[in-house]
Ligand binder design. Sequence first.
Ligand SMILES: Cc1cc2nc3c(=O)[nH]c(=O)nc-3n(C[C@H](O)[C@H](O)[C@H](O)COP(=O)(O)OP(=O)(O)OC[C@H]3O[C@@H](n4cnc5c(N)ncnc54)[C@H](O)[C@@H]3O)c2cc1C
Length: 305
Amino acid sequence: MYDVLIIGAGPGGMTAAIYTQRANLKTAMIEKAAPGGYMLSTWEIENYAGVGVVSGFELSDKMFKHTQELGAEYLYGDVTKIESDGNIKKVHTAEGKVHEAKAVIIASGTVPRSVGAPGEDKFISKGISFCAVCDGAFFKDKHVIVLGGGNSALDEAIYLTTMNVRVTVVNILPDLQADKGTVEKAKKNDMIDFILGHEVASFNGEDKLEGVTIRDVKTKDEKDLDVQGAFIFIGQIPNSDFVKDLGITDERGYIKANERMETGIPGIYAIGDVIQKNLRQIVTAAADGSIASQQVSKYIEGLDD
Ligand SMILES: Cc1cc2nc3c(=O)[nH]c(=O)nc-3n(C[C@H](O)[C@H](O)[C@H](O)COP(=O)(O)OP(=O)(O)OC[C@H]3O[C@@H](n4cnc5c(N)ncnc54)[C@H](O)[C@@H]3O)c2cc1C
């Protein structure tokens, strides 16, 4: 029996673990991939206080070591269900295990949204990728499209050019949504060009991606782009399927949590990208983790009274 089980070891979950361990709560993180969450697929992080410009891998490693130095347990597991059985929470995993705790913090983040165009499923990992850090090197000296116009899309486009990948950024909107500095940096990069107001009509090829047909959203005119890769950064979907029966999600699947990170079910808290919020960043996930941990301490004290 743990005091607290944390689902997901991204920056939110790892920060929560640091706080709960320091509060002398017996803590375990359950993670289905590797510690770091989205940070692991981020090339450089430039906006987390105190670490300057740091690779996503390095920040993940530092945070994970911090949790381990404090004694938080790290369990592998793909969580499929949470049961609230009075004061005991049961966390089920796809591996057939059931872990028990007095409280649970859900920090399961999001997965990248896909385009839904013909050919997409066929070419995932055969030219289509959601992670420039993971797959960018395969496209050295080649031409790819980056789909999206926000910070993630442009940061990743800039990163790809460092590996001598030529990039066409295709965005469905008529402008770019990234912050001004990032837009300027991308526009100054002569390895990047932009096609705005276009969507993907189809991903084309035989065994691997050989081209993409894009469509003007206004005129519906289509044209073919001769590219070998497509990197998709068009938003996220919350990882919350495993709580869909608990009635704590909104219509898009984001978990509803108040400013104390309470979900409405006593003893179940939610933090980071998986909750309804305005800004999904490492620092906001970490902040949520600290707040949830303080509430968990109070909640468990209340149980023990
Ligand atoms: C390409 C890209 C670049 C970014 N760059 C920056 C940046 O420069 N600066 C910044 O501040 N933010 C950046 N962000 C956003 C930032 O990475 C996220 O806001 C942050 O990682 C959210 O943290 P989290 O802990 O809530 O979730 P995540 O980091 O998504 O971690 C969630 C973890 O939960 C695990 N998990 C999910 N479901 C289950 C389950 N059922 N069972 C067990 N484990 C599960 C996942 O495997 C994952 O490890 C970027 C995001 C992207 C996509």
